[in-house]
Ligand binder design. Structure first.
Ligand code: NDP
Ligand code: 8X3
Length: 254
């Protein structure tokens, strides 16, 4: 396998950290971005001696900061081969009439705008080199509705359609685009969704053999390492313990 430069957003936890681990191979260069620099430093320490690594404390909602991060990449890291747009979150599970507008703003700013900024700022180099791969982390929530999924699911539907539209724009180049859509996976996701309530977060996975972060990283790695002429467009995966339910029916009293 050729050596690659891989830019991973949300590398401080869950899928992003697992992607860092799987791509940490000799010859590769990893750019690990997230807000929590302490966790990135820990990961860098864990992976010492594997790949070349650059950590970037970054809030993907901050367009100017994303621009700076890309502009200031040292030469060795400047030709990004793989961008993994993974940073993202769900906040709350309330119905639309009760949910927090601040939470909605944060999800839109992170899951939509963060993906837009990183893609728009890294993509020109890929097109210029006629080489690259953008992997967007969508979700089953972007295709399948559930109560309380309102804006989170909406942001992930954006990720799916943005990925497809990128493919249309990039036809004629060798730049690939993949949208990975995982179902429930046990990471920091539910802790964040329930704002630090560990008990509520644990209930989500109780008795379920959920997907793991390593499962997702393995899938990303597989998609990226297909032959250069093969583009995995969309890939949905779930735990064997998860499936769809029936439509909800409201039965009125007779
Ligand atoms: P985690 O909470 O474990 O990780 C989320 C990552 O996103 C963290 O590294 C966090 O880093 C980063 N992040 C959040 N906000 C920002 C921001 N503004 N700027 C930069 N980084 C940010 O959850 P997962 O690993 O599960 O989530 C990763 C992605 O996978 C998300 O997009 C999520 O929506 C998606 N997903 C998750 C599923 C699941 O069931 N777990 C299923 C389907 C999709 P930091 O806080 O340091 O900034
Ligand atoms: C995360 C999976 O089902 O909690 O995207 O929305 S779910």
């Amino acid at each position: 396998m050729n050596s690659q430069t891989i830019f991973i957003t949300g590398a401080s936890s869950g899928f992003g950290a697992a992607c860092a681990r799987i791509f940490a191979r000799p010859g590769n260069r990893l750019i690990l971005a997230a807000r929590h620099a302490d966790k990135l430093l820990q990961l860098q320490e864990e992976l010492r001696g594997t790949a070349a690594m650059r950590i970037i404390p970054l809030d993907v909602r901050d367009r100017a900061a994303v621009q700076r991060a890309v502009n200031e990449l040292p030469e060795q890291f400047s030709e990004v081969d793989v961008l993994i747009n993974n940073a993202g979150l769900a906040l709350g599970l309330e119905s639309a009439h009760q949910a927090s507008l601040d939470d909605w703003d944060t999800m839109v700013d992170t899951n939509i705008k963060g993906v837009m900024y990183c893609t728009r700022l890294i993509l020109p180099g890929m097109v210029e080199r006629n080489r690259g791969h953008i992997v967007n982390i969508g979700s089953t929530a972007g295709s399948w509705p559930y109560p309380g999924g309102n804006v989170y699911g909406g942001t992930k539907a954006f990720v799916t359609q943005f990925s497809r539209n990128l493919r249309c724009d990039l036809i004629g180049t060798k730049v690939r685009v993949t949208c990975i859509q995982p179902g429930m996976a046990e990471t920091g996701f539910s802790r964040t969704r329930f704002k630090g309530d560990e008990e509520k977060a644990a209930q989500v996975y109780a008795g379920v053999e959920a997907l793991t972060a390593a499962d997702i990283a393995d899938t990303v790695y597989w998609a990226v390492n297909r032959p250069a002429h093969v583009n995995i467009n969309t890939l949905e995966l779930m735990s064997i313990d998860q499936a769809w339910g029936p439509f909800a029916i409201n039965r009125n009293e007779t």
